[in-house]
Design a protein around this ligand. Structure first.
Ligand SMILES: *Cc1c(COP(=O)(O)O)cnc(C)c1O
Length: 394
């Protein structure tokens, strides 16, 4: 008999009832160190007092009104995002997938209104992940994502990772309207796009007017030690998808865009009942206030250096388990020799939570405000988990 929850997830037999900072308490009272943060969502840890205050204050005043009216918290968050980024305008969603949907619509509408309606094609990359909607699975196009779900939304071409010639050839096709890329691939196995490649993409797009769309759903909101990952490369997209960390655990996403890219999205062209509601935006505005602070980002970079160095030693002391460390900021990956699920499982035994990704990688995406001593504790738990895996492997 089918379970009462649609069985699309293989869940660990763990249920948490309470969280505080980087710690999660399970039903049996055991405390786990959370290096997954709800897949890069709990950017400020669990039950962060500032976020609890922002949420409960808003909850006591007003939950929801719809986008038929002005929403002051939404306006505050939009102003903060526009102030801090390349963007001139924002649309709020409830998830990364919904941000993807709007990014696709915006790109197509742009070319429709610019007299080149044939430029519907969006180039994407092998290993990408943009969500699970019909557009998002078509964008990625793998058998794993699309099997049995056809016919797929047309208009996407997937390019191999790091193949500049294939990219140049594909981008020169007259029907290409946009290039969509994660500056750091998350699900694909923590693969950062080198800065010079992001710059190259910007140049290719500038040559033909092609829109550059960044999916910063996982790598944005301070995760790499800058507010958004593309800032490291000193270039900016035309459209950007944000979600995960921006709500700190409350469902919230956004599409940010330049005025030029967004101009065709006039009244009535898009909408969302919940998107940008007062509860979500009250929390999002507080997350933004904390994470966009330069001192906060400086601390993320310092913690990143510490964690990375610790992981390098971990890899050196368990050569039978690990191949290498990859990633940037507090978005780090351990490339494993065997199945990453083995390390994740061993981590449960040591009460440390990690997240598997493609390409045999275990992801470490801790809350951005993790402390130096919590990182030391995480490293010793990972060391013990690796020893468990190593003794099985040996
Ligand atoms: C998680 C993720 C998405 C989808 O976001 P949801 O909130 O799960 O819909 C899209 N793109 C990237 C890069 C992601 O990591």
């Amino acid at each position: 008999m089918i379970s009462s929850i649609l069985p699309t997830y293989n869940r660990a037999d763990l249920a948490f009832i309470k969280g505080e900072g980087v710690w999660l308490e399970a039903e049996d009272g055991r405390r786990y160190l959370d290096l997954g943060a709800g897949i890069a969502v709990n950017a400020l840890g669990h039950a962060n007092p500032d976020l609890v205050d922002a949420l409960t204050t808003q909850a006591g005043a007003l939950w929801h009104v719809s986008n038929l009216y002005r929403i002051p918290a939404q306006q505050r968050l939009a102003d903060a995002l526009v102030e801090a980024t390349f963007a001139d305008t924002c649309f709020f969603t409830n998830s990364g997938t919904e941000a993807m949907e709007l990014a696709v619509k915006m790109a197509r509408r742009y070319w429709h209104d610019h007299g080149q309606p044939e430029r519907t094609r969006i180039l994407t990359f092998e290993g990408a992940f943009h969500g699970r909607s019909s557009a998002a699975i078509a964008a990625v196009g793998t058998e794993k994502m699309t099997h049995g779900f056809g016919p797929l939304l047309p208009g996407f071409t997937q390019l191999p990772w790091g193949d500049h010639d294939a990219l140049r050839a594909a981008a020169a096709q007259p029907d290409v309207g946009a290039i969509l890329i994660e500056p750091v691939q998350g699900e694909g196995g923590i693969r950062p796009v080198p800065d010079h490649c992001l710059k190259g993409l910007r140049e290719i797009c500038d040559e033909t007017g092609t829109l550059l769309i960044f999916d910063e759903v996982q790598c944005g909101m301070g995760r790499t030690g800058k507010l958004f990952a593309h800032e490291w490369a000193g270039i900016a997209p035309d459209i950007m998808m944000v979600a995960k960390g921006i709500g700190g655990g409350f469902p919230l996403g956004a599409v940010l865009a330049t005025e030029k890219a967004a101009a065709p999205m006039t009244a009535g062209t898009h909408g969302s009942t919940y998107g940008g509601n007062p509860l979500a935006c009250a929390v999002g505005a507080k997350v933004m206030e904390i994470v966009s602070d330069e001192g906060f980002l400086e601390a993320v970079r310092a913690r990143s250096g510490q964690l990375r160095q610790g992981l390098e030693s971990l890899v050196a002391s368990h050569p039978q388990v690990f191949e290498s460390v990859r990633g940037t900021g507090l978005m780090l990956g351990l490339k494993c020799k065997g199945a990453p699920a083995d390390l994740v499982q061993a981590g449960y035994g040591e009460a440390v939570l990690t997240v598997p990704a493609a390409d045999n990688v275990v992801r470490l995406l801790p809350p951005l405000n993790i402390t130096a001593s919590e990182i030391d504790e995480a490293l010793s738990r990972l060391d013990r988990a690796a020893a468990r895996v190593g003794s099985d492997a040996g």
